[in-house]
Ligand binder design. Structure first.
Ligand SMILES: NC(=O)C1=CN([C@@H]2O[C@H](COP(=O)(O)OP(=O)(O)OC[C@H]3O[C@@H](n4cnc5c(N)ncnc54)[C@H](O)[C@@H]3O)[C@@H](O)[C@H]2O)C=CC1
Ligand SMILES: N[C@@H](CC=O)C(=O)O
Length: 361
């Protein structure tokens, strides 16, 4: 090892010897699976997994939890789902820091976050259904946090890009958000950064899904619902008490595909192609490009949808799954403060979860 590398290794932050946490993981899909891999790295040495679950099964047996094939095994083996048994495993761990990591998209699970915080568990989540859901849920969450509950939400916006932390820091300094604009979806960014009409939109969507960028049901992305949730989370953290019905949302899901089950939707994906090809051709003919943008103006008016932007627009300078958040505030008012980078994907999202868990130690 070179002297420089050795010095860096020696100075790398290490968990305090006395700090350790017991962790229960809910959701072992794309993000949860990547989180399990991170738990097996030195960065997570202070964390002890005491329970893991998918939607149907769970495991609390230490030997099974230590198995590198845990995620695969849970598909066919394990106990029936029972939140109480997972919480009991956290209690039995004796750890001072007990963390529930929610890597699902389940609204019923998200609705339990407040109760878990009130009972003294910390919650770290990639699930946006509570903070980006109805206003009473958001208010209950703020109440639990005001009582001392610690809620790790970095993964809910920008897959861990430092957006929420920046916004809260500015607000803590008395700076107020005036407007917010950008690309808040990694999958829609990936789709529209590439879509030039040469390949069907549906083929690109399948690619985004295979890479783990889309929601469990990709219509949550295409409908604008996932972007609207992120806009609500950001707006609320900036002090706007916005309700979901106050966000104007444009859906890219054709009407006949809205009510069918996920498998039927995936089988009929080609129905997305013609309308989007027509919009793309029209934008291109005018020298523009299509981007799925989110906007919040100073009066609290919020909209998410597909926009034809001119060549050279900041959103045309994104690559891959890049997200872009342009924050204009009372102090950043001549030029916005811009946060940009990959905004979806298993590794970055799992790292955001891990970072939030480690911050509890
Ligand atoms: N994929 C990405 O790039 C990002 C995803 N997220 C969020 O992460 C969450 C998970 O996304 P993915 O891993 O892509 O989804 P996924 O569909 O691959 O995995 C979801 C997992 O949750 C489990 N699950 C569902 N209901 C459950 C329940 N009641 N109890 C226990 N487990 C349950 C499923 O069995 C599955 O293992 C979503 O909320 C998503 O919005 C956030 C940022 C980025
Ligand atoms: N499906 C989401 C994943 C992150 O929240 C997206 O595409 O941004």
């Amino acid at each position: 090892m070179s002297a420089v590398l050795a010095a860096e290794a020696a100075s790398a932050p290490k968990p305090r010897a006395s700090s350790s946490a017991a962790v229960v993981l809910l959701g072992t899909g794309v993000v949860g699976g990547a989180f399990l891999k991170l738990l097996n790295t030195p960065a997570a040495a202070a964390l002890r997994l005491v329970g893991a679950a998918n939607s149907r099964r769970q495991q609390t047996d230490p030997a099974q939890l230590a198995d590198r094939a845990l995620r695969e095994k849970l598909r066919g083996q394990g106990d029936a789902r029972d939140d109480a048994a997972l919480l009991a495993a956290l209690d039995a761990s004796g750890a001072a820091v007990r963390v529930i990591v929610d890597a699902t998209a389940s609204a019923p699970l998200a609705s339990r976050h407040v109760e878990w915080l009130a009972r003294g568990y910390h919650v770290v989540t990639a699930n946006k259904a509570l903070a980006g859901g109805d206003l009473p849920g958001w208010r209950a969450l703020q109440g639990a946090v005001a009582q001392g509950g610690r809620y790790g939400d970095s993964a809910t916006v920008g897959a861990g890009l430092p957006v929420l932390s920046t916004l809260r820091r500015l607000r803590g300094c008395g700076d107020a958000l005036l407007t917010l604009e950008g690309v808040f979806s990694g999958s829609l960014s990936y789709l529209f950064n590439q879509y030039d009409g040469s390949r069907p939109f549906s083929a690109l969507l399948l690619e985004a899904r295979e890479r783990g960028y889309t929601e469990p049901d990709p219509r949550s992305d295409l409908s604008g619902e996932d972007v609207a949730r992120k806009l609500l989370i950001l707006a609320r953290n900036a002090g706007f008490a916005l309700r979901p019905d106050e966000v104007e949302v444009e859906s890219l899901v054709p009407e006949p595909l809205r009510g069918v089950d996920v498998d039927a939707f995936l089988a009929r994906l080609a129905e997305l192609d013609e309308p989007l090809a027509a919009r793309h051709a029209a934008a291109k003919a005018r020298g523009g490009a299509l981007r799925f943008l989110a906007r919040l103006n100073q009066r609290g008016r919020a909209r998410v949808g597909l926009v034809e932007v001119p060549a050279g627009h900041p959103a045309t300078r994104l690559y891959g799954t890049d997200n872009q958040f342009a924050l204009t505030t009372t102090r950043y008012n001549t030029q916005p403060l811009v946060i940009q980078g990959p905004g979806a994907g298993p590794e970055v999202t799992a790292q955001a979860l891990l970072g939030d868990v480690l911050a509890l130690l």
